[in-house]
Design a protein around this ligand. Structure first.
Ligand code: ARG
Length: 258
């Protein structure tokens, strides 16, 4: 309804003054159209499937990142569209222009910066270690020589491979698969971002989260390299969300303070 009104208003402006129509093509595209967000919805509370609800894009995908994406799209006057793909396909999809923004609890790293541009950061995060209650692993140092499970392509994967050797890292398509393998005794530990770690370990009595964080990092929104127009819009929307307190509100909805 609101959209129709805007289109009508634009048409009227054009009828009244031709000059007002200059650049209207571009404005029209910006006013309508979709903002395509790519994510990997296996990462609660940032993005996950919840069959009990309808998310901002009209499907069952919800979470902190999804609400941030919805707010950014709204500020840009666009309709949010979400594609749920493998985590390590997100950067290629942005590079090929198949999607506009990557919002997936994605950590800013120097390597990734070679392939995409990142917005201002919107969250700090740590990599946590999950072990079984009876484990002799008490901190990062005890991980040497152990089998470590990670979600493929994540910073947990990259850091664990660097620190403990490729051969000691088991890669799974989803973080929850790694946690399942841990429960089944196939691996000795899981390295994953703290918030999903809390969700995954909290779901299972036989697991604990170690107190020592493994690595500290920051999340940002990724866009195609060189797309400064979009990046500026994303940053402006993020800044508004931060300044207005809306971002804190979104986070508080999904994460209870520890
Ligand atoms: N922060 C980690 C990284 O950037 C993990 C992100 C995983 N996100 C997801 N939606 N599965 O590598």
């Amino acid at each position: 309804m609101k959209k129709n009104f805007l289109v009508l208003a634009a048409a009227l402006t054009c009828a009244v003054s031709l000059a007002a129509c200059g650049g209207s093509k571009k404005e029209e595209a910006a006013a309508g159209g979709t903002l395509k967000l790519v994510t990997n919805a296996e990462f609660p509370p940032y993005e996950y499937h919840d069959s009990a609800v309808t998310g901002p894009a009209g499907n069952d995908i919800v979470g902190i990142d999804i609400e941030i994406g919805a707010a950014v799209a709204e500020k840009m006057g666009k309709t949010l569209e979400i594609e749920d793909i493998a985590f390590d396909s997100i950067i290629p999809e942005l590079q090929s222009g198949k999607a506009d923004i990557g919002l997936a609890g994605m950590t800013v790293t120097e390597d990734r910066k070679q392939n995409v541009d990142f917005s201002e950061t919107y969250a700090t995060a740590v990599q946590s270690i999950i072990v079984t209650k009876d484990s002799d692993i008490a901190g990062p140092d005890d991980l040497a020589g152990k089998k470590i499970g990670v979600q493929q392509g994540t910073t947990g994967d990259i850091f664990a491979s660097d620190d403990f050797g490729d051969e000691n890292v088991e890669r799974y398509p989803k973080g929850v698969d790694a946690v399942q393998a841990l429960v089944q005794g196939k691996i000795d530990a899981v390295i994953i971002d703290h918030e999903p770690a809390k969700v995954f370990a909290g779901d299972n009595d036989s697991l604990v989260l170690l107190d020592t964080a493994y690595a500290e990092e920051e999340y940002a929104i990724a866009v195609k390299k060189g797309n400064t127009e979009l990046l500026d819009q994303v940053n402006a929307a993020l800044k508004e969300l931060k300044d207005s307190g809306k971002l804190d509100e979104i986070v508080a909805k999904y994460i209870t303070a520890e």
